[in-house]
Design a binder for this molecule. Structure first.
Ligand SMILES: [Zn+2]
Length: 297
């Protein structure tokens, strides 16, 4: 996404009806994204804007909020609009509007240590997000299927761990497409998230991601687990930097990282954190092509 949009939380049925009215020109029941350019003329006060910012040196993206068809339970929009009542649905989609959430993410798998991690996550009833490398998916589709069946989110991390921001466009498209196909074949799931290896992205990759229906997910907390492969250091660095709304980057291909995960989960749980997938963390506000690093409280 190149231009800023807005994340808007609609609170209360009265405003919801007003929003419905303002958007009545759109097809009934269809989800509608309000942008900075075309947002309806509704009072600003009840809306909360959540900023989604990029890491140093990156561009800043703003999430967008689905507005159309919103209505409070039992409140019906103006006659003839045909919009369904959807307030309850949206609340269920966004548990992190109230809870203290964190998204644990694991890159580069599947690998030998992934199975152990799945056991750890299952034992603690924690769901995470796996950014998969396509060439590893085709070598071990069963583990990918297990990840998905356990309720984890599975997502695209290129086919060969390529620097997508530097590849010719055709090659970048091929990397992403082959991985989508491999994950779909292994699990039946079509990913909606892309994490560019090395965080390497640019406007062109954003455009590719937008066309392919993929939001770009970077990270908030990076314990550099690949550099020294020190379990204690991974735990310490995550615990020092994590905040509500963080996206934590780790790698399940390192046994030293997997060994740190039970400690990290137990300590975060003791601090009251809820563990969610990346899509859940952002409450469904992720837009294809957009770049996201954290959810602001
Ligand atoms: Zn990676």
């Amino acid at each position: 996404m190149d231009g800023p949009g807005l994340v808007r939380r609609v609170v209360g049925g009265v405003l919801a009806v007003a929003v419905c009215g303002a958007l009545s020109g759109f097809s009934g029941g269809a989800e509608r994204v309000a942008s900075a350019r075309d947002r309806p003329a509704v009072p600003e006060a009840p809306a909360v804007v959540r900023r989604v910012s990029a890491p140093a040196g990156g561009t800043v993206s703003w999430g967008r909020r689905v507005l159309a068809g919103v209505g409070a339970p039992g409140v019906v929009g103006p006659a003839g609009m045909g919009h369904p009542v959807r307030e309850t649905v949206i609340k269920k989609k966004d548990p992190c509007a109230r809870a203290k959430c964190v998204a644990l993410t694991f890159d580069d798998g599947p690998m030998g240590s992934t199975g152990r991690l799945l056991g750890i996550l299952a034992g603690r009833r924690v769901r995470a997000t796996f950014f998969l490398v396509g060439q590893n998916v085709v070598k071990d589709p069963e583990t990918v299927r297990r990840e998905s069946a356990a309720g984890h989110e599975i997502a695209n991390h290129s086919y060969t761990h390529a620097d997508l921001g530097r590849l010719p466009e055709g090659k970048a498209v091929e990397e992403v497409t082959r991985t989508q196909d491999a994950i779909r074949l292994a699990s039946g799931v079509t990913p909606v998230l892309l994490r560019p290896p090395y965080g390497s992205t640019d406007k062109r990759l954003a455009s590719i991601a937008r066309r392919m229906g993929l939001a770009q997910i970077l990270w908030t907390v990076d314990p550099l687990d690949w550099s020294d492969r020190d379990t204690d250091a991974v735990e310490r660095r995550v615990m020092k930097s994590v905040r509500p709304g963080s996206v934590v980057l780790m790698h399940d291909i390192h046994a030293t990282t997997v060994a740190a995960v039970p400690r990290i989960i137990d300590r975060l749980a003791a601090r009251g954190y809820t563990f969610v997938t990346v899509t859940e963390l952002f409450g469904g506000d992720l837009e294809p092509g957009g770049k996201y690093v954290r959810r602001e409280p």
